[in-house]
Design a binder for this molecule. Structure first.
Ligand code: 3HC
Ligand code: NAI
Length: 687
């Protein structure tokens, strides 16, 4: 049965899509739409058409799962579908709810009129898949919404709300009440209007850019940092430039060429892979199908430091009350003060109202009374990273938490099973590893202990969604997925300094690769002293030497780099001196280090660690590792994460690179058998 059905209401033909979950424009939908328009044209009794969708949303775009399959090219393709809609001899009204995204917005733009409920969102997120709107969207959108807005929407992929779309002329009418009923009434109103307003024939909103073509370069310049490394934003800009510079028929040809070029590149493949990787991450294998989550009405947080405050904000922002406990009043006041300041900063940027700030903070109950946690359904511990302290806290929790409450630890490295063993209810214990700043970073590692109950895991995954995090399940191992993979990178980065590289060179290679910063910039930002033994007389490596002379990173204006009063880094002669001292001390011969060697020793070894993690069963799937690195550490999404990147490099090349470096990697380095096996068998991690 076709997902597209038609029925008449007086002289209006109602075309309904029913293609759950998101009414993606797969082949059957495209075919059905064309047939429906043909029916409208052929039937004299039909005077107008309404296109509407059932379920949660209007068409959310092309069917991404068809990409790379023959179905994507099966006729009619989307460009023909939208042209056919626009060519309909009767007025066509798009009735929008949910999300009119990508191809969905292109369908709406081809309709002669658009009506929408106020909660609807309209957007062209193709850029996030490494693409551009390939069904006339880059040509019609600037004609309807103006060039500046089209640039913003297409190159960033961010949607606009229906009210904003209405103000911009992208929506003709906002509908309060029943969408179908009002859309049909609207169709009645416009049924005799001729000529039909066609987006492709409009011109007036292109005028501004025709008179001032400089707006394109202004836009490029203003967004250069955001777009660094990505192909698709620039292609979107070029397609819109073509809309302004060329007649419509030539503009769409340019759009098609640019679209095909992007589609055949690795960035689009990486970004589309990541779209599904992110969604797959929330699925836990091997749990009973009927596992029901526990009810979480109030959350407790222990520790109001860097992490505890940020963690609390996530729940407060989602409307969930939080009880936060500290050891001393000043620490509690400091912690809640930082939270309020963060909310106020968000409000100052216009992203929150003062009332919302008040509401969020109103849900917070700061206290020194540990027993207050007895009313919480989930308690997250974020105290010092010390096993004895954590055990003591969990032992106490065991006595006061209500039966069935989930007891979570935010530990970065420590063994969750050992922590769980300090309670009488290890089935209720789980790791919830947030990333700093916890109120901003999207990643949450959910650490599954040997005894963690299925419903605890399901609750954690569901709750993550509620607080808008992307959760990935990790097993119990040192550093879980993300931090464990940092270890070989950090180890090799330090050795490279001894052998002749500079912090600047190592960081540059990482930044050119697409990371937001390199290992030394990261160390300076996070604090070189994190995990330091705090004994200035014990100097065993370069890091100890830096810590001993107070070079703790940005917070001290000195770390691997020197910093000026505006926190701008410059190479440090002192650091160079320390490196040279260690070189002499350890008898290492200085040599020229190539950028390729840096990649092989820091990034290939990370891939190897990812393979060891998979081998040990500490990650469910390779794509989960990629999600961790993209959302937790800013790995460039256009390279799809370390495991996808390894696949595109070719696993034999990775193994060969590691073997070439093996002697330098140190005695602790262990080559993953899984990696070698896959390389030899011509297999990949991610497909
Ligand atoms: N194609 C195929 N499947 C899609 C899809 C699409 N465009 N969009 C969503 N899905 C699937 C998801 O994979 C998921 O499947 P699963 O349940 O098996 O995991 C299911 O639909 C539900 O998706 P979400 O979990 O993301 O549901 P949400 O309610 O959180 O979000 C959404 C809904 C806002 C529509 C979000 O899914 C989304 O942003 N989708 C992508 C939209 C997009 O990128 N559109 C452009 C496509 S490219 C295009 O149109 C090219 C054209 O210009 C030629
Ligand atoms: P922090 O030192 O900023 O805060 C810890 C807070 O816990 C302090 O305010 C302290 O007074 C309080 N505290 C200690 N013992 C307590 C007790 N028994 N009862 C109540 N409060 C107590 O530390 P941070 O950085 O917030 O780290 C907390 C945990 O989060 C650690 O396990 C750390 O490994 C982990 N983590 C840290 C990240 C980071 O980037 N800082 C990232 C991810 C996890």
């Amino acid at each position: 049965m076709s997902p597209i059905s038609t029925h008449r209401h007086d002289d209006v033909l109602i075309v309904t899509s029913n293609n759950p979950p998101v009414n993606a424009l797969g082949h059957a939908v495209r075919e059905g739409l064309v047939k429906a328009i043909e029916e409208a044209d052929a039937d004299e009794a039909v005077k107008a058409v309404v296109i509407i969708a059932q379920g949660q949303t209007f068409f959310a775009g092309a069917d991404i799962s068809e990409f790379g399959t023959p179905k994507a090219f099966a006729q009619p393709m989307l460009p023909q579908v939208v042209d056919r809609i626009e060519a309909c001899t009767k007025p066509v009204v798009a009735a929008i709810h949910g999300t009119a995204f990508g191809g969905g917005l292109e369908v709406a733009l081809a309709c002669h009129y658009r009506v929408a409920v106020p909660s609807a969102k309209l957007g062209v997120p193709e850029v996030k898949l490494g693409l551009l709107p390939g069904a006339g969207g880059t040509q019609r959108l600037p004609r309807v919404a103006g060039v500046r807005r089209a640039l913003e929407m297409a190159a960033t992929g961010n949607p606009v709300g229906a009210k904003e779309a209405y103000a911009a002329g992208l929506v003709d009418k906002l509908i309060e009440g029943d969408l179908l009923q009002h859309a049909v009434a609207y169709a009645h109103e416009v049924k005799d209007t001729r000529p039909l307003p066609k987006s492709s024939e409009r011109d007036e909103k292109l005028r501004e850019a025709r008179e001032n073509p400089g707006i394109f370069d202004e836009f490029r310049k203003a967004n250069a940092k955001k777009f660094r490394g990505f192909d698709a934003p620039e292609f979107n800009v070029r397609a819109i430039e073509a809309a302004v510079a060329k007649p419509y028929s030539e503009g769409v040809t340019t759009e098609r060429q640019l679209f095909m070029e992007l589609m055949s590149g690795t960035q689009a493949k990486a970004q589309q892979y990541f779209f599904f990787a992110e969604r797959k991450a929330s699925k836990i294998e091997g749990l009973p199908e009927d596992t029901k989550p526990r009810d979480i009405r109030r959350v407790g947080v222990i520790g109001a430091g860097t992490m505890g405050g940020g963690i609390s904000m996530n729940f407060l922002s989602a409307g969930i009350p939080v009880t936060i406990v500290e050891m001393a009043q000043d620490a509690l006041d400091r912690g809640t003060g930082v939270m309020l300041k963060n909310y106020q900063a968000t409000a100052a940027k216009g992203k929150m109202t003062a009332e919302q700030v008040g509401q969020a903070m109103g849900l917070l109950k700061p206290t020194l009374d540990f027993d207050a946690l007895s009313e919480c359904d989930l308690i997250i511990e974020a105290v010092f990273e010390n096993m004895d302290v954590k055990k003591e806290v969990f032992g106490r929790l065991d006595k006061i938490a209500k039966p069935g409450a989930i007891l979570a630890s935010n530990t970065s490295y420590l063994n969750i099973d050992e922590i769980a063993a300090s309670t009488s209810r290890p089935q209720d214990v789980v790791g919830l590893h947030f990333f700093s700043p916890a109120n901003v970073m999207k990643l949450l590692e959910v650490v599954r202990g040997a005894k963690t109950a299925p419903d605890v895991l399901v609750t954690a995954m569901q709750l993550a969604k509620k607080i808008r995090k992307v959760a990935v399940v990790a097993g119990v191992c040192y550093g879980f997925i993300g931090n464990r993979m940092l270890i070989p990178r950090q180890t090799q980065a330090m050795r490279l300094l001894l052998e002749g590289a500079t912090p600047e060179q190592v960081d540059r290679v990482h930044v050119e690769f697409g990371m937001p910063m390199g290992p030394f910039q990261m160390a300076d930002l996070a604090g070189v002293d994190i995990g330091w033994h705090r004994d200035p007389s014990r100097i065993e490596n370069i890091r100890d030497a830096l810590c001993a002379i107070d070079r703790w990173g940005q917070k001290k204006s000195a770390g691997f780099y020197d910093y000026d009063e505006k926190r701008r880094p410059s190479p440090s002669a002192k650091v160079q001196e320390i490196i040279e001292e260690f070189r002499t001390r350890e008898g290492v011969q200085e040599r020229e280090i190539s950028d390729q060697e840096i990649i092989e020793r820091t990034l290939y070894t990370m891939v190897n660690e990812g393979a060891l993690i998979l081998e040990g069963g500490f990650a469910q799937r390779a794509s989960d590792i990629d999600v961790v690195w993209i959302y937790g550490y800013g790995w460039p999404v256009y390279r799809g994460g370390p495991m996808f990147w390894a696949d595109t490099e070719g696993l034999p090349k990775i193994v060969e690179g590691i073997r070439r470096q093996q002697e330098r990697l140190g005695v602790d380095f262990k080559l993953s058998e899984l990696l070698v096996r896959k390389a030899e068998a011509g297999e990949k991690f991610t497909r």
